[in-house]
Design a protein around this ligand. Structure first.
Ligand SMILES: Cc1cc2nc3c(=O)[nH]c(=O)nc-3n(C[C@H](O)[C@H](O)[C@H](O)COP(=O)(O)OP(=O)(O)OC[C@H]3O[C@@H](n4cnc5c(N)ncnc54)[C@H](O)[C@@H]3O)c2cc1C
Length: 455
């Protein structure tokens, strides 16, 4: 069904309720948005429309409205504990904000650790003086240095990190910064008033709870907060891969990719078919195919001389969907900007190279990929005032989808979003809008934290 038609239909449905007012209608008019319902202006919380774009809908059921207990409040609530979410939460807490991070798994790192996506890419690129240069600093360097110095990662340019030590280092960083964590907790909606998120709704094993926040950071990878809040965004398709680890490889063979642990190797497995990562049926089917094929592949390999002792350690517990929703931000970074050393007045960090790619008919190799600046505006939604977006769902155009999602870029956008959220959550700025931040002050704080901003 076309979106406008759907909104009209649903609003008409809500109007029908007005004759015999229900709890749902009252709550909607009070600005409470229940996922699956539409607001009276038809603009917010229209989650069923999002489902319709990705799945075949055969009908509707109505969930009875219910009161949701508010169990905690924080200056900043961060959705998602991947690279971006940890970086955002730690940065906000180090700036003095109270922070709660909500994570649906029971570990940190998201795709990095759970998806067995081990190399931290995009830390370097070609500088303006045409030299090979470091693009990142701040939390990205802090993490990489800790992992490398302890022998938990190898390859200083793009550290290939073992997942368990990485989870440990992320956990320690979060604990030291004083961030409260909610594991096994799924962000399930938002409660808004005007253009602000008042509460983030979370499903955990006690039931649905609400967390009150002054600022929110969407680091969910899937853009859940901005989708729930009704901010404009785009849904992209990409190929999906499943990584796995094996053990027992003799150190002489070059079989699969090396890790920091002798004998252990990892590899992604998948096809180049672009899939809709928001189609849960398709993603689940693909996950099944990958798991079965990886098992068979490893059993076959064991039959070869020299590989008798290998065994499958694990198939990644986090599904390898690369990109789904991407924010339509105040300024979406473009591939052209990134290739021309474009300088932004509101720069909040930089990123670098990834794999070789074709640009204007020319192959761009690692060392020819310019370092590129990320503007603050690419983290800012068009509608919701107290929300910032970090990680693989911030605002960038289709052409730069490959580079913009790399782990170092997620750490950089996370650090900026967390630092900015802490500034905006100050009691002296009770209704601050993410748009109105003091950019020089934000840049001063980022520089002080070691983030590189200049070419
Ligand atoms: C197969 C594959 C290979 C890749 N290879 C590389 C590579 O070699 N090097 C590189 O640098 N990058 C690589 N990438 C990209 C990179 O890994 C990711 O883009 C990056 O890790 C994303 O970080 P993030 O924090 O934005 O999102 P995520 O890592 O997706 O983190 C989001 C977090 O939010 C949580 N979450 C989601 N929904 C909810 C919810 N409703 N409630 C609570 N929590 C929720 C998730 O559990 C997760 O922990 C690869 C990606 C894939 C898929």
């Amino acid at each position: 069904m076309d979106r406008r038609k759907f909104i009209k239909t649903s609003v008409a449905g809500a109007a029908g309720l007005a004759a015999a007012p229900s709890v749902i209608a009252q709550e909607v008019s009070a600005g409470v948005i229940i996922p699956g319902e539409v607001s009276t202006d038809g603009k917010r919380g229209n989650v069923s429309a999002d489902v319709e774009r990705h799945l075949d809908v055969s009908g509707y059921v109505r969930e009875p409205a219910h009161r949701i207990p508010v169990v905690a409040s924080a200056d900043v609530v961060v959705a998602g504990g991947g690279a971006a979410g940890v970086s955002a939460a730690v940065s906000a807490a180090r700036q003095g904000a109270s922070v709660i991070l909500v994570e649906r798994a029971n570990f940190l790192g998201g795709l990095w650790t759970g998806g067995l996506v081990l190399p931290v890419l995009a830390t370097h690129g070609k500088g303006k003086k045409l030299e090979w240069d470091k693009a990142t600093g701040g939390i990205c360097s802090e993490l990489c240095d800790t992992l490398l110095d302890n022998g938990w990662a190898h390859n200083p340019l793009n550290p290939v990190c073992d997942p368990e030590p990485t989870k440990y280092v992320l956990e320690k960083m979060l604990a030291d910064a004083g961030v409260r964590i909610l594991y096994n907790s799924t962000v399930a909606g938002v409660v808004t008033s005007g253009n602000r998120i008042d509460c983030v709704l979370v499903d955990c094993n006690t039931g649905r709870i609400a967390l009150r926040c002054r600022m929110a950071v969407d680091a969910s990878g899937d853009g859940l907060l901005f989708s729930f809040a009704g901010d404009p965004h785009e849904a992209r398709r990409y190929h999906m891969s499943t990584s796995y680890r094996i053990d027992g490889v003799s150190s002489e063979t070059s079989y699969l990719y090396r890790t920091a642990t002798p004998g252990m190797r990892y590899s992604p497995f998948g096809s180049r078919e672009a899939i809709d990562g928001l189609d849960v049926f398709k993603v689940s089917q693909t996950q099944r195919e990958h798991r079965l094929a990886i098992w068979d592949k490893v059993q076959e390999k064991k039959k070869e001389p020299g590989f008798e002792n290998i065994h499958l350690m694990e198939v990644a517990p986090t599904t390898g969907v690369r990109v789904t929703r991407v924010l339509d931000s105040l300024h979406n970074v473009t591939l052209d900007e990134s290739m021309e050393w474009t300088e932004f007045e509101d720069v909040i960090g930089m990123s670098g190279m990834c794999d070789p790619f074709m640009y204007k008919g020319r192959r761009i190799n690692h060392k020819d990929r310019p370092i590129w600046q990320i503007p603050y505006r690419s983290l800012v939604p068009r509608q919701t005032r107290n929300l910032l977006v970090a990680g693989r769902c911030f605002g960038y155009d289709q052409g730069i989808t490959w580079d913009a999602r790399e782990i170092s870029t997620c750490l950089v956008t996370g650090q900026a979003a967390g630092t900015a959220a802490a500034m905006l959550a100050l009691p002296t700025a009770p209704y601050a809008s993410a748009r109105d931040i003091d950019i020089p002050e934000l840049q001063r704080r980022l520089r002080a934290a070691g983030v590189r901003l200049e070419f």
